[in-house]
Design a protein around this ligand. Structure first.
Ligand SMILES: Cc1cc2nc3c(=O)[nH]c(=O)nc-3n(C[C@H](O)[C@H](O)[C@H](O)COP(=O)(O)O)c2cc1C
Ligand SMILES: Nc1ncnc2c1ncn2[C@@H]1O[C@H](COP(=O)(O)OP(=O)(O)OP(=O)(O)O)[C@@H](O)[C@H]1O
Length: 283
């Protein structure tokens, strides 16, 4: 079923006949609505502001079959409207169609809008009206807000997929397997992390997806430092790969300070039990 994603490195820009333009951090449900309007020789033009933290640049291609071409905002933001269109036409000499959202702005001081785009581009311009789910407009900034609040389910609904982060494996305190349960400790640099607390997650390691629980936050019961730790449920996994992926499904509880290691351990075992129920009986 799944179509292989084309890499922009392998696709000749001459073959491109339609593009969608925007920032596209998140590659969320509304962005996908734009991509649906591309033809089979479509491409994504991603303008990099440097602030992407839902799908940082090098993780974005995973979420579309269309090749993504990146442009640095700082290099193009001084362009007047006609200069921007000239650049686009030079880059994609056979371009016939541009797809953007209702609020798309471009050029110097963001003073050009979709109306200007229609006037300046000699081809088809399709403007997508604001896409909402359950009355909530889908935008990266709202998804960031819901993640920061710990509202994973709503964030995932707006994303149209499970929020996923990538991290590199690091050494923990060495307490986990002795006093609690074994965990994989991660360093996460480029991704927005949801609110502190305990989450039901899936962990992808060595290309296999495991049921897991993940703790995000300051280890207030032990050394107080910030940690991202994931425990893989009912498996003894030998960690081969350095990179680990975590998909967030549901938030279980807040980060808590416990009076003893025994109490924390008891709670961790309860967390694992609720995660298991979730995986068996569904969401
Ligand atoms: C499911 C789970 C829940 C956790 N909940 C808390 C918590 O509420 N408060 C806390 O201080 N630490 C919590 N921790 C983190 C533990 O303190 C941590 O796993 C322990 O310090 C071992 O760390 P290490 O892997 O670096 O050795 C939790 C860990 C897991 C796996
Ligand atoms: N809810 C939406 N409905 C229709 N089009 C949208 C929607 N959100 C974004 N777009 C369009 O998708 C493209 C990429 O937009 P952009 O990267 O600014 O997304 P965004 O989610 O609105 O981001 P942010 O919340 O950071 O402003 C633009 O052409 C934009 O107009």
């Amino acid at each position: 079923m799944e179509m292989k994603n084309s890499s922009s490195i392998l696709v000749n820009k001459q073959t491109i006949t339609s593009i969608a333009i925007g920032g596209f951090d998140g590659m969320h449900a509304a962005h996908q609505k734009l991509f649906e309007r591309l033809d089979e020789h479509g491409a994504i033009v991603s303008i990099e502001s440097g602030y992407a933290n839902l799908t940082p640049k090098r993780y974005r291609q995973e979420y579309s079959k269309y090749p993504i071409y990146y442009y640095v905002l700082d290099n193009i933001k001084h362009l007047e409207g006609d200069e921007f269109i000239r650049l686009i036409n030079e880059e994609f000499p056979n371009l016939q169609k541009i797809v953007v959202g209702f609020d798309f702005c471009f050029g110097k001081d963001r003073k050009y809008d979709t109306q200007n785009l229609k006037e300046l581009f000699h081809g088809d311009v399709e403007v997508i009206e604001e896409y909402k789910i359950g009355g909530i407009a889908v935008h990266s900034r709202y998804i960031r807000y819901y993640l920061a609040e710990g509202n994973i389910e709503l964030a995932n609904t707006l994303l149209g997929k499970e929020y996923k982060i990538y991290g590199g494996r690091i050494k923990g305190q060495g307490l986990g397997s002795k006093s609690f349960v074994p965990t994989i400790n991660l360093r996460v640099n480029e991704f927005l992390l949801p609110k502190e607390g305990v989450y039901i997650t899936k962990t992808i390691l060595n290309e296999i997806e495991y049921d897991s629980v993940t703790f995000l936050g300051h280890r207030v019961t032990t050394d107080g430092s910030y940690a991202v730790e994931t425990h893989i449920i009912d498996e003894n996994v030998v960690e081969r790969d350095y990179t680990t992926q975590i998909k967030f499904l549901k938030r279980i509880r807040d980060n808590q300070k416990f009076d003893s290691f025994e109490e924390l351990k008891k709670q961790i075992l309860k967390d694992i039990e609720s995660a298991k129920k979730f995986f068996i009986y569904g969401r």
